[in-house]
Design a protein around this ligand. Sequence first.
Ligand code: NAD
Length: 484
Amino acid sequence: MVELSMTNDNYPELKLLIGNEWLSRSSGEVVINPANEEVIGTVPHATSADLDAAIAAAQQGFQVWKRTAPIKRAQIMQRAVDLIRARSETIAVAMTLEQGKPLAQSRLEVQRACEIIEWDATEGRRIYGRVIPSEPGMRQTVLREPVGVVAAFSPWNFPLSSPSRKVAGALAAGCAIILKASEETPACAVMLAQAFVDAGLPPGVLNLVFGKPAEISEHLISQPSVRLMTFTGSVAVGKRLAALAGTHMKPAIMELGGHAPVIVCDDADPTTAALACVVSKSRNSGQVCVAPTRFLVHDSIYDRFAQVFAERAAAVKLGSGLDPSIEMGPLANRRRLEAIHSLVTDAVDKGARCLSGGDRVGDRGFFYPLTTVAEIPDGARAMTEEPFGPLALLVRVGDIDEAVERANALPFGLSAYAFTASARNADRLAEGIECGNLAINHFTASTAETPFGGVKDSGYGREGGTEGLQCYTIAKLISHKIVA
Ligand code: NAD
């Protein structure tokens, strides 16, 4: 068993994984605890030779893994899940230290990652092909083959579940993967990879690298042996990577940003809806691509909704994620702090009314309160830019048609939410809203068994569910004329 040493009780030593070897590399990049701005680790950067070695290892790993029986693959993946569960508290603490989210949310993320890997592992045994009826003497068979070596890029907001989705999908389908996880939250990816190594994954099937994101993506995507790329991150970077993938004729899975509308219909209970909205908005300090952002509330219940929302938002307790009494941790990095404050200032300067929050809390750690703005003009930047932070925009609407028109007005189309007791309204919204995921009367945008992804600028391809696994396969037709 390959062991990783911990730099202290709570944070692992960070290394690259190439083949089955853990490699130390120096770089000037450090990992910062966003709750107190202390340095907790240093990030190893892969050299160009390391990337070539990772590609060679993944090619070799792929040859072994694609010939491994699906049941054997599932068993190894399940062993990795068992190890992650056994190490869940260590992983959750490291996640809170590097990303900031409350420990309770880190624990849930570890559980969720396990559910994802477990579901994909068993579903990998059911990636069926098809036999297409044809004339006598002809046999037309469609095989679902693993696409090959995958290059994956995961972000910092879900340091474990996002890489897990990519790794689990690729491995369940029989692919090998080179994961470049976020340099800002690298420990969870290291611990994920360690669990797979310890579970007996053949060398090279999973490789983990860090470095300069643009250099790594350029290097990997341009290599002929890399056959698919998957990215979760901003629309701007996603478009650049999609263009790069297009240049090299590589298929891609793009999970990009969102600006989720929440339509609160006149028949919904404004208090229940507002309280649920605050819980969802404060999750991970709003740094979630499916976070509810534009609250499009019917005129008849708007005032009550706004009052309950703002009061509850103002009461959300902010603090270090390791403090069990807090509800919201710091933002993950200084960029988000500056970005959110600039969106809030712009909205207020343009005439919006700030009902809660509105300014940084303290001067150490990246704390920003849940901020509610009302009467925000359409020209305010937050109305079109993804806030990706604890900023809620309250908008009064006259009827459901206006709400649907506003919901669809942006180039984003990831998640959408609605509150209504009426089947007629639900049907109108299901049919009318341009999005990949619509949740009605709750906020769970996706589970291990459901497909998740966007439309329009929010990307393409799906993660999760049978649809997610299909993205890691190619359909090959064998048309066989049987000779006498
Ligand atoms: P960013 O656009 O600089 O980076 C987003 C992510 O892409 C990071 O993980 C980064 O490491 C990676 N990245 C950047 N350039 C890359 C490249 N050329 N090749 C490969 N990877 C690359 O933004 P940021 O400040 O880190 O995050 C803020 C924005 O990112 C938010 O506004 C949000 O829209 C988006 N984001 C979205 C998600 C999501 O779940 N869809 C997750 C994290 C960030």
